[in-house]
Design a protein around this ligand. Structure first.
Ligand SMILES: [Mg+2]
Ligand SMILES: [Zn+2]
Length: 164
């Protein structure tokens, strides 16, 4: 089986700006995130991004806008040697479309677990919102709540060292 670290996007990978990020101009990588991903990958963890993008359902931005920002995220990280294994996103918003994938529901994590044969017991989810942790717990993965836009390199080191 594989082990994985699930990462929320906004606030963890890129700067949380207090609004939807659907434009590459608003997408700024958080300072140490490439190092975080590299460290975890070197230690054998798959890196899987799990992100709520309810602005799509609300019509604030399109699937194509999301795809463009997503591609930008992957290429900016890759330039720094950080490879993401997969990105799962929920385009729904409960005001418009009810679904089972939006965090705190665990379906995005469950899909990844099934597809990548992930060992829940040895996997983690890092997020900046209680719903990230809830989704993780519902999937049987350890949830780690951090401040938005914080340096999570120490958290990654604790995962690698088995001290969290
Ligand atoms: Mg977030
Ligand atoms: Zn959904």
């Amino acid at each position: 089986m594989n082990k994985a670290v699930f990462l929320d996007r906004d606030g963890i990978i890129n700067r949380e700006i207090g609004d939807y990020v659907y434009n590459v101009d608003d997408f700024v990588l958080n300072e140490t995130i490439a190092d975080v991903i590299k460290l975890l990958k070197e230690s054998g963890y798959l890196i899987i991004v799990v992100t709520n993008q309810g602005g799509i359902s609300k019509g604030i931005f399109s699937m194509a806008d999301f795809a463009e920002v997503n591609g930008y995220m992957l290429s900016e990280l890759e330039k720094k040697g950080a490879i993401v294994d997969e990105v799962y996103f929920c385009p729904h918003h409960p005001d418009v479309t009810k679904c089972l994938c939006r965090k705190p529901d665990p379906l995005m994590i469950e899909k990844a677990i099934a597809r990548f044969d992930i060992d829940r017991e040895n996997s983690y989810m890092i997020g900046d919102a209680p719903r990230d942790v809830l989704a993780a717990e519902r999937a049987g993965v350890k949830g780690i709540l951090v401040e938005a836009n914080s340096n999570i390199l120490d958290v990654a080191k604790m995962i690698v060292n088995g001290t969290i």
